[in-house]
Design a protein around this ligand. Sequence first.
Ligand SMILES: *Cc1c(COP(=O)(O)O)cnc(C)c1O
Length: 433
Amino acid sequence: MTWKNEKSQQAFLRAKDIMPGGVNSPVRAWKSMNMDPVILKKAFGSKVVDVDDNEYIDYICSYGPLILGHSHPVVVKAIQEAAENGTTFGSTSIHEIDFCSVIVDAFPAMQKIRLVNSGTEATMSAIRLARAYTHRDLILKFEGCYHGHADSFLMKAGSGLLTDRIPSSPGVPKETAQLTLNCSFNDTLQVEECFQKYGDQIAAIIVEPYPANMGLLFPKKGFLEFLREITSHYGSLLIFDEVISGFRFCYGGLQNLLHIHPDLTTLGKIIGGGLPIGAYGGKEDIMNMVSPEGTVYQAGTLSGNPIAVAAGQATLHELKLQQNLYDDIELQTEKLTFGIQTLLQNRNIPHILHKHGSVYSLFFTSIPDVQNYHDVCKTDTKFFSTLFEYLTQLGIMIAPSPYEVSFISSAHSELDISNTLLAWDEAITKTHS
Ligand SMILES: *Cc1c(COP(=O)(O)O)cnc(C)c1O
């Protein structure tokens, strides 16, 4: 079947009239791909379908939540049952209590947890709590790490670290931006410099243990341990933002695999099973400061929503039950990335592959190593956008940005992988010629 997009184009024209950029989240507009986005109407398993009836093997997977693929039967059933028993209460339900204990049990460093409605809410609330707990105002984050769209995290990459800390979005007061230090990932010296200068003012370091919002990056050996040590030394908190990595690489967080205990952890994506949810949790004495036990205010009309909780609980239950699931999706990912790398190598196309578990990213660059945001920016965006267009037309859905990772789910079959590789072969051939 040949690819067509008349209906998507018509729908996107309508969308642009009523939504800024035609979307409800910027990356969906495909702006940097110089293409109009296809408009979806449904999804199942590893596939999404657009309004022109083109079917795509999906490697966006909603940017992380869908580790079981779209509309997994167990998750759908849980949602249906929950909906029949009340969609929201405004009072605590027994399901929330069960669900919270499931998560707390999965994280050795977590004694108490609070549910919210998105990853953004989780990180925003976590830094408020860290500031209250330490009686300090500064937050240290890393360039290219994404922690949602709250004011404190929207910092210009590459701005003068210790002097002019500039917001990356209009509408963020520069006074707020002044309170966020922006270091380069893997740069221990820079972090040390910040603590030497501001150590007694830094409330917390927030970090994605394996950054996955600028492609996938890895910490240098000892880097995360160093962050744990320096925060402890200066009485600051360490916050692991595991919104993507929570339950992605194992049952629990990366912190379980790395044996590092952060003071606070933020979660989202997978724990909602495809419905809106977020959570933050950690050590009891810190969490006890949250209202109403303590004085740090944070609330939510729909927090602990019974349908989101049901979807999340079904997902986590499935992840625990299917003992080989993590190994199986890792194996599929290995087959896929080995195949893609072979295709790229055969044509001498410079690239670096970063892969962990069921997440991978490709940097089209000839630099030897990609360690931080500066390196990430060396990727050939033009090559990527051409490749993206061909892949789309061949029925492969990857994120419309060279800085987003690809996700593999347990719904991706052997056949999906081999079909994906056939498409990549054709797309690379066309892009390269
Ligand atoms: C997606 C993401 C967030 C924000 O979560 P939302 O649910 O989109 O608000 C925060 N941190 C990380 C690491 C993320 O990947």
